[in-house]
Design a protein around this ligand. Sequence first.
Ligand code: N01
Length: 471
Amino acid sequence: MAAGLTRAGHDDFIVLEKAGDVGGTWRENTYPGCECDVPSALYSYSFEQQAWGGVRASQPEILSYLRRVSVKYGLRDKIEFGVEVERGHWDEVDGRWHLFTTTGREFVAQYLVVGTGALHLPKVPKTPGAASFGGPAFHSARWDHSVDLAGKRVAVIGTGASAIQMVPEIAAVAGSVQLYQRTPPWVLPRREAGRLARTVGRAPLLRRLVRSLTYWNAELLAVGLNRRPALTRPMEWRAKRHLRRQVPDPALRAKLTPDYRIGCKRILRSDNYLPALTRPGTELIVDPIAEITPAGIVTEDGTKRAADVIVYATGFRVAGSLARLPLVGRDGVSLQELWQRDGIRAHLGISVSGLPNAFFLTGPNTGLGHNSVVFMIEAQVSYALRAMNLVDREGANALDVRPEVQAAFHDDLHVRLADGVWSTGGCRSWYVDARGVNHSIWPGFSWQYWLRTRRVDRGGHELLKPPQDSL
Ligand code: N01
């Protein structure tokens, strides 16, 4: 967003960042083996395409890329680091957003862009006895680098995208690994192209070509995920073949075979996760956890396993995480109240009726199971810039999406979601909330989303005039 504003010639903005550096999720997640499972060809900004070292970019590579971009575009001077916004409200008298930080500072702005992300609140299960555990215990997104895992008995809970990246690294150094699995993930080969990728990466024209081919290849998957989940069956065959090749033991294979449709949860890619589970020191445990004691973990079948360290790779609290920041809009109604009343909804996942001039990045139903979130974020940034231009062009002060436009968007979205693998695939995932409502996924091609964000519908918005005394 900051680069988008700068590139569009604006410099009258400020970025408030609670941490001490840029990077977001790529700053917070530093667990061993952390990398991006989206093809690296798609994982850089369109205006700053990156020559990555391989077909997947590692967390340190991505973090240094983001730092580099922030320097190159002169953004660091625009960022107030270590400033956490605690609350904000739209003031109808002066037509401005007023934001208050945890230290009591106030910022006043015509526009507010919320880029706080969806996967940033660690979810740690409330297991009986967890607090009594005698050793270090931490979440994957809060990795404790002071803990040396060499020779230790390490318990890892969870087998999602984070776990499958860290387990091979942990297994390589730990004395033993206990991996607690509730649901087996579908795992496809990772396919590292090595030298070819590096060569391609260095030649800008080839890089663009690969980016384009990779993008359209990824879009193909959307047909299966969104419309015809049965079309993804060949992917299931490939994943099962990968499993057969990597896990010779039929009993272990049975535990690792999913019983739901691929894509219902995030599709994972790894060449070293399954082999790590066949190492003598690694045990895959599928009995549910009953309690945690000072010495380790007890499963429901009564087995006690001693552990020195527990790693929670148990994901994030997602639903409504955007509403955690108390924002109060028109008529004194807060985002939380709006979403409690109407359900979590935002027009294009970007604007919420009742919150004028506020734009959400990675808002509700803009996540993808098949392509890169960077593409979606760039579409959202362009949309926010277009909306600001519209306000200026119209001589207005603000725009607020009409509730009926937001409702029509929301209803159409949820009709389309009903056909998708997230509804029909027979799994439970973080995409879906406790009531079975999917607030996470965009149920279409990403280019359809891009098309819809190319234009701000003037008639679909109420344009608010500047307050009288500022005329
Ligand atoms: O979290 P998850 P994650 N008892 O929610 C299990 C992004 N990401 O951090 O499947 C026992 O996927 C849970 O079991 P189940 C990506 O969008 C991206 O791994 O619910 N187990 C599951 O196995 C991803 O989707 C990258 O039955 C419990 C695991 O913990 C998102 O972040 C890399 C449990 C949680 O899996 C989240 O991934 C990493 C309990 N009480 C992450 N509670 C990229 O490479 C949960 N589990 C881009």
